[in-house]
Design a protein around this ligand. Structure first.
Ligand SMILES: *[C@@H]1O[C@H](CO)[C@@H](O)[C@H](O)[C@H]1NC(C)=O
Ligand SMILES: *[C@@H]1O[C@H](CO)[C@@H](O)[C@H](O)[C@H]1NC(C)=O
Ligand SMILES: *[C@@H]1O[C@H](CO)[C@@H](O)[C@H](O)[C@H]1NC(C)=O
Length: 460
């Protein structure tokens, strides 16, 4: 065949692919933790002296708190506004279809505030997002630091909720946004219910509802994103593991959730969470030990230092195939907080693109499994791990590997690949080299092989 014809054919195929692969974008915003008392110039804590009552953080950095925030404090309004402006400025470049807003919008420090005050604060954030995204839908998910009145929040967000979603939201804080003309549906969970006892009535109702929703989607040949504040599994950071906050779900619900994901892994094309304030991901394996599903955990907008370390403010833009929901890539944006405060100007920039950062072109369970394996046994100079680790704190730990030794790196690997609590514990106890060579053979994961593995390790 003539070379030109081949070339022409190639162009036609590429065009058809573009049309078929209707590309869209969505933002993932999480853990804003807006502190309305934050004071630019605060010297001791994060607030004006008259507000301080032993309640606020002792600060990591010396000198006055800056305009765009402080690594020990929750988000200032100027920081949040700069984030909104940055997102708005991208409107001309990309067609943003919707926004995932996964909770913890209010400051930890305002826990003791009345619900009316909390609702006012949330209203201001809602207004800002509405102004920023006047023609898009925002899908909010509840975090544990959000107000308690679901009825009031339902009213506040009614412009985004169709009536049938509003009903389950007010009932239990969960909903499905049925996009009538699309194959991809968005299922928003109230992960606060995952922390409750097994006999909790609301939690039970969410499970029944979720199962029914997933069955219906499967029957209709549709796909789903599962969206929530807290992810299943454990915190990947070593210091968190040593503490008591490493697990968000009860063991019972964690298992139940993982089993549901395995059951519907064919139609779940993405899981999106926040809560940990860190940039990381999870791989969920099926009963035969094969990678079956994945979850992405996006970093927080708030920089605040918790026991597990602070981060630079982050925002994430996903690129996806609108027909199937397949995630193609994401761009992680960030604000270098120190520089922003010094310059008195918030210059948000691209931290990295997933595809270029990890050399992965499609975000699939297998691709992420392979990435996780590259992160395992990360002793010495592992460039992939260093890139991952720098991103984990949104470049707060910019001196790369130095602050994460082999034990710390191994904790990340276990957090990413072992979501079941018992498997996670075994992974932590098992030496990195054994785990790595073990997963290279990719034998199915079961209690038996784990036990024998443990035995080998002990004998050595
Ligand atoms: C909310 O916005 C109003 C109007 O701009 C302002 O007066 C109020 O102080 C804000 N409240 C909070 C908690 O940010
Ligand atoms: C990252 O991806 C975005 C959107 O796909 C693109 O506009 C940008 O040029 C990419 N940046 C880099 C550094 O690759
Ligand atoms: C893991 O690291 C150790 C020490 O650097 C090395 O001896 C071993 O071969 C590594 N194992 C794998 C599977 O890469």
């Amino acid at each position: 065949m003539d070379v030109h014809i081949v070339f022409l054919l190639m162009i036609m195929v590429a065009d058809a692919r573009d049309i078929y692969e209707k590309i869209g974008y969505f933002w993932h915003i999480t853990d804003i933790h807006y502190d309305s008392l934050y004071h630019n110039g605060a010297r001791k804590g994060c607030w004006k002296a008259e507000h301080e009552g032993g309640n606020s953080a002792s600060r990591l950095q010396r000198g006055p708190a800056g305009r765009f925030g402080d690594y020990s404090c929750d988000a200032s309004w100027d920081l949040i506004e700069s984030a909104a402006q940055m997102m708005k400025s991208k409107h001309n470049d990309v067609n943003v279809e919707f926004i995932l807003w996964t909770g913890d919008s209010l400051s930890h420090f305002t826990k003791h505030h009345q619900d009316t005050k909390k609702l006012e604060t949330l209203q201001n954030l809602t207004d800002l997002l509405h102004k920023t995204f006047s023609s898009q839908f925002v899908f909010p998910a509840l975090g544990h630091d959000d107000p308690s009145s679901r009825k009031k929040m339902g009213e506040m967000w009614s412009r985004w909720f169709p009536a049938d979603s509003l009903k389950t939201f007010v009932q239990g804080g969960y909903y499905m946004f049925e996009r009538k003309t699309e194959k991809l549906q968005i299922v928003v969970l109230n992960t606060n219910l995952m922390r409750k006892g097994e006999n909790d009535v609301d939690a039970a109702k969410q499970w029944d509802w979720l199962l029914a929703v997933m069955r219906k989607l499967k029957k209709n040949g549709e796909t789903a994103y599962l969206v929530g504040h807290m992810a299943p599994g454990c915190d990947e950071r070593q210091r968190a593991i040593q503490g008591t906050h490493s697990q968000a779900f009860t063991d019972y619900y964690n298992k139940k959730y993982l089993s549901l994901v395995r059951q519907f892994s064919e139609i779940i094309v993405g899981q999106f969470f926040g809560h940990l304030h860190s940039d990381t991901f999870r791989v969920i394996y099926n009963e035969r030990g094969h990678p079956a599903s994945w979850a992405m955990l996006a970093p927080a907008l708030t920089p605040r230092r918790t026991a597990d370390g602070p981060n630079n403010p982050g925002l994430r833009l996903y690129k996806f195939n609108q027909n199937t929901g397949q995630i193609l890539d994401y761009t992680q944006y960030y604000l270098d907080l120190t520089t922003a405060n010094l310059d008195n100007q918030a210059k948000w920039s691209v931290e990295y693109n997933f595809s270029a950062h990890y050399m992965i072109n499609n975000i699939t369970p297998l691709a992420l499994h392979n990435l996780a394996e590259k992160l395992s046994n990360a002793s010495g100079d592992n460039p992939t791990f260093n890139r991952y680790y720098r991103a984990n704190s949104v470049r707060f730990h910019s001196n790369q590997h130095s602050s994460c030794d082999a034990t710390c790196a191994h904790a990340h690997y276990c957090g990413i690949t072992r979501l079941d609590y018992q498997e996670h514990e075994h992974c932590l106890k098992t030496a990195a080299s054994v785990v790595a060579s073990y997963s290279l053979t990719s034998t199915p994961l079961n209690c038996f092989s784990l036990l024998s593995l443990f035995a080998i390790f002990k004998v050595r």
